[in-house]
Design a protein around this ligand. Structure first.
Ligand code: PAF
Length: 299
């Protein structure tokens, strides 16, 4: 298969790097990362190891492939969609944090859009090198739910190269479940500058659990079956599995980048407002992170 990974940061490089063992992969990445990969290949360290030689470019316009995997930050999805629209792809898979990414891609692109979530831990160590800090799972499927032959095909390609992958027919519920995890872990670890495991214990656990519980309630109001217990257990499991990791939002704050708050707690807030629901913890967390971004001229 010909595969383009659009936005090959840490997770995109990890996934693209594994796929490059069996497929013709092109990574669309930042300049330094692209140059390092062209010079001496892509090195994957940690729990998954490989050195591979995918093509790499900074220019995502005019590309063509069987599959495009989008791994950009949610705030960059519209720009990615515009660039992808100048090329041609049979299938586009969003492997991003936050909600609403697939709808943004579907607005602009003609190929089939698949939804996905990834819980692999990945950190970029230096240009050309990423570390897999925790084996996780990729879940993908039709964005509206139901079975999909294309999702089965993409899922097989992922599994064959050793990426733990589940093809799911209930992606809306899976996406809300992931959102409930991110709504609890990401802003709390970013604002307190702590590792993911900190949300398992007092005093951070109350705030993280409240944000997760509120998210599950909004999911149910949107017609998605997500019991509080299931969302809370899932948040605790991910925090435990990734206890020593820095969440993506904490990494963004530490490196002075705009975060994905709008597509995580901001999304919960918007859906809650539409339904007349109060989500005070998500509101406070979103306000604090947005205040941090505003003070740094990031919004
Ligand atoms: O955004 C992240 O960092 C990850 O989605 C998660 C699951 C919170 C693990 O760090």
């Amino acid at each position: 298969m010909e595969i383009v990974v659009f936005g090959a940061g840490s997770l995109g490089s990890l996934v693209g790097g594994r796929l490059a063992r069996d497929h013709e992969v092109t990574l669309v990445a930042r300049a330094e990362h692209t140059e390092a990969i062209r010079d001496s290949g892509l090195h994957i360290e940690g729990e998954l190891e490989a050195t591979v030689f995918p093509a790499a470019t900074t220019d995502g316009r005019g590309l063509a492939a069987d599959l495009a995997i989008v791994t950009v930050k949610s705030g960059d999805t519209a720009t990615a969609a515009d660039a992808l629209a100048t090329g041609s792809f049979d299938v586009v898979l969003s492997l991003q944090n936050g909600m609403g990414n697939e709808a943004v891609l579907a607005d602009v692109l003609e190929g089939s859009i698949l939804a996905g979530t990834a819980s692999y831990g990945a950190v970029r160590r230096e240009p050309g090198t990423v570390e897999c800090t925790g084996r996780g799972e990729i879940v993908l499927g039709a964005r509206e739910g139901g079975s999909s032959v294309l999702a089965e095909r993409v899922g097989r390609a992922f599994s064959v190269v050793g990426l733990e992958t589940t093809v799911a027919d209930d992606m809306p519920r899976r996406l809300w479940g992931k959102l409930a995890v991110n709504a609890g872990i990401n802003p709390v670890t970013a604002l307190a500058d702590v590792e993911n495991g900190a949300v398992l214990d007092p005093p951070a656990n109350d705030t993280a659990r409240a944000a997760t519980r509120e998210t599950a309630r909004v999911a149910r109001a949107c017609g998605v079956h997500l019991p509080n217990r299931v969302a809370l257990e899932s948040m605790a499991r991910v925090a435990d599995d990734t206890a020593a990791n820095a969440s993506s939002m904490r990494q963004d704050v530490r490196t002075g980048r705009r975060t994905e708050i709008d597509a995580i707690n901001g999304y919960v807030l918007d859906r809650a407002s539409e339904r007349g629901l109060e989500v005070p913890t998500n509101r406070t967390l979103a306000t604090l992170v947005r205040t941090w971004e505003r003070a740094r001229g990031l919004r």
